[in-house]
Ligand binder design. Structure first.
Ligand code: NCD
Length: 338
């Protein structure tokens, strides 16, 4: 079932990605390192606004931004809403469960209907890879991808680079270990591109069944070229967790996407957490001041221990705060002149 789904998703990505335009934020590929730094600079200013609780801006006053979440979300959805409202925009949260999608309306007819209401921006999350690219072809307003299948999650990658840049000054030369369910993770895919574009060294570790073969090929050099003719990022797939953690400046365990583990990809959760869980002993195998990140939501006790998730090396709540600030910078950049 998973193999069929990913073939369909890949076809959709290939078909739709040719139409991508910098007017939209569909994947991190469309951003150069200078673009990323400029968004971080603006997001740092926005962070000062959101930490002064009563402050609001009017940069997007009179703009209507539609949030279209076809998948569950807590932090991404709320942070886009908080970001847009703090910029003075009208945020319209399209409740898919109460929409005509539930009556069988297609994605195409749904977006045509919404487009006729003249939004100034659409934020889209969808379980199918390529869905945001598809929406972008059928609306007049800019589209921000808030996560599509296992394809991309560009605003998560931007907030992750921002969080590390604030903490480390620069991520160039840092060793970042991404651990666990890489296969199903759109965060991993976007983070790998963003981190390597900013000069970091990325290593991956996890059960062999949960590491896509594309990253094993990338180890030897650029296997493919992206739409901007940029070489594929170089990452190293480690055979063991200790190899990945040795000398790591940052450790990022990923949520084990339990809902997608039905095809015997793992012997079991107990076995998984015994081998791969990031706990204090494993953090001690990394650099002395190693930082821990997690995009959330967490399966606490499975891929990360409670003491690490809420301990002194954890940047997880910083990621959430920076997520609002970065989404303010993104909405301002893409939707102001929409
Ligand atoms: C992730 C997502 O939905 O892609 N979370 C997020 O947006 N911060 C990761 C996940 O679902 O595990």
């Amino acid at each position: 079932m998973i193999a069929t789904a990913s073939r369909t998703e890949n076809a959709l990505i290939q078909h739709e990605s040719d139409t991508a335009s910098p007017r939209h934020l569909l994947d991190i590929d469309s951003l150069s390192s200078a673009d990323i730094l400029s968004l971080i600079g603006r997001a740092e200013e926005m962070r000062r606004v959101i930490t002064q609780r009563s402050l609001k801006l009017n940069n997007l006053q009179g703009r209507s931004i539609f949030l279209l979440f076809f998948e569950n979300s807590t932090r991404t959805c709320v942070s886009f809403e908080r970001a847009g409202k703090t910029l003075g925009a009208d945020i319209i949260n399209v409740s898919i469960a109460r929409s005509s999608v539930e009556k069988g309306e297609s994605l195409l007819n749904t977006v045509r209907t919404l487009n006729a209401m003249a939004p100034d921006g659409l934020v889209v999350r969808h379980p199918c890879a390529g869905a945001s690219n598809f929406v972008a072809r059928h609306v007049d307003a800019p589209v921000i991808n808030a996560g599509d299948g296992s394809h991309a999650h560009p605003t998560q990658a931007l907030l992750d680079v921002m969080t590390l840049t604030i903490k480390l000054g620069s991520i160039s030369g840092a060793k970042i270990a991404i651990v666990g369910d890489i296969l199903h993770s759109r965060v991993a895919r976007s983070d790998i591109i963003a981190f390597t574009r900013m000069g970091a060294e990325v290593v991956l570790a996890g059960p062999a069944t949960l590491i896509p073969s594309i990253w094993r090929q990338a180890r030897t050099g650029p296997a493919t070229r992206g739409r901007n003719n940029v070489p594929a990022p170089k990452v190293h797939v480690c055979e063991t967790l200790s190899e990945a953690l040795s000398g790591a400046d940052v450790i990022m365990p990923l949520r084990l996407q339990i809902e997608r583990q039905k095809n015997g990809m793992l012997p079991g959760l107990t076995e998984y957490s015994r081998v791969w869980r990031i706990n204090a002993d494993r953090v001690a195998m990394a650099s002395p001041d190693a930082l821990v990140m997690h995009p959330g939501p967490m399966n606490e006790g499975i891929e990360i221990s409670t003491e690490v998730a809420h301990g002194g090396s954890s940047l997880i709540e910083e990621q959430v705060t920076n997520g609002v600030a970065m989404r303010m910078a993104v909405l301002e950049r893409y939707c102001r002149n929409g």
